[in-house]
Design a protein around this ligand. Structure first.
Ligand code: FPP
Length: 247
């Protein structure tokens, strides 16, 4: 960042641009039913919104974008809806294999892959490999993800390390827990955006959101725009972040 821009930011007492933004893509179903369309049409439109927003995030120089695509609880939806979402993800992964290196966008899938189809898992292996060649925006897609499951998994990994004598119980730190989350190595999101009019976390990034600023909007995800994202970033930059201390 040029020095004069840093000085401008300091003068205006603004937070620097966030490095990591996370989003709950909520409201696809309501968007569709309010138009007399099947819920799956809302997910299709939601996938388009996701593409637009990810492209915009890449253009504005964001380092990490994390989206909640499918939760561990979403399996209880109808088979047709689950299959439609999985198909949208398959198409996105396939498309990413062709474009991500050219566009310099990396991809990480966060969640339990064991319940995913072999086809999806093969595509994830391929995008993991291709991501090694990218240095720009990293998109993290939470798929079969739940924060409690993620934290429980980290606890199990720590227990295995203790059992094998690699670490002592008294040496366990917060960093060691963080490293064992699906988001290991990625800074926590400074800003979490939830469209869709609900004000809750829904088992999303519960550990990583400890000090995130939360932006809620009534806009349904398929209607979410680049301009609204820019507005959310401006709002975030004006927030006083105290991290539990006094400023
Ligand atoms: C929540 O809205 C949305 C989902 C459970 C699915 C999100 C999936 C996509 C946007 C498509 C695939 C994603 C990628 C990354 C290509 P909801 O169905 O709960 O909406 P409602 O609250 O209005 O019913």
């Amino acid at each position: 960042m040029p020095l004069f821009k840093k000085e401008q930011e300091a003068a205006a007492a603004l937070n620097p641009m966030p490095r990591h933004i996370a989003m709950v893509m909520d409201g696809n179903g309501r968007w569709a039913t309010s138009r007399g369309l099947p819920r799956t049409a809302g997910h299709k439109e939601g996938a388009e919104t996701f593409r637009r927003i990810a492209t915009h995030c890449s253009h504005i120089g964001l380092e990490y974008l994390t989206v909640y695509a499918f939760s561990t609880e979403n399996w209880t939806r109808s088979e047709a809806e689950v299959n439609a979402i999985m198909e949208l993800l398959r198409v996105y992964l396939l498309e990413s294999c062709e474009k991500m290196v050219k566009e310099n966008i990396g991809l990480r899938i966060m969640g339990d892959e064991s319940r995913l189809s072999e086809g999806l898992r093969a595509l994830i292996r391929e995008t993991d490999e291709l991501s090694k060649q990218t240095t720009g925006l990293q998109v993290n897609v939470c798929l079969n993800y739940g924060a409690r499951m993620e934290i429980t998994r980290a606890a199990r990994l720590l227990a295995e390390d203790v059992k094998a004598g690699r670490i002592a119980v008294s040496d366990i730190t917060e960093e060691m827990v963080s490293e064992r989350l699906y988001s290991g190595g990625i800074p926590d999101p400074e800003l979490i955006i939830r469209p869709g009019a609900e004000k809750r976390m829904s088992n999303f990034l519960l550990w990583q959101s400890a000090y995130s600023e939360l932006y809620f909007t009534d806009t349904l995800w398929p209607d979410f725009t680049e301009a609204e994202l820019d507005g959310a970033i401006t709002w975030y930059r004006s927030r006083k972040r105290r991290f539990g201390g006094v400023k």
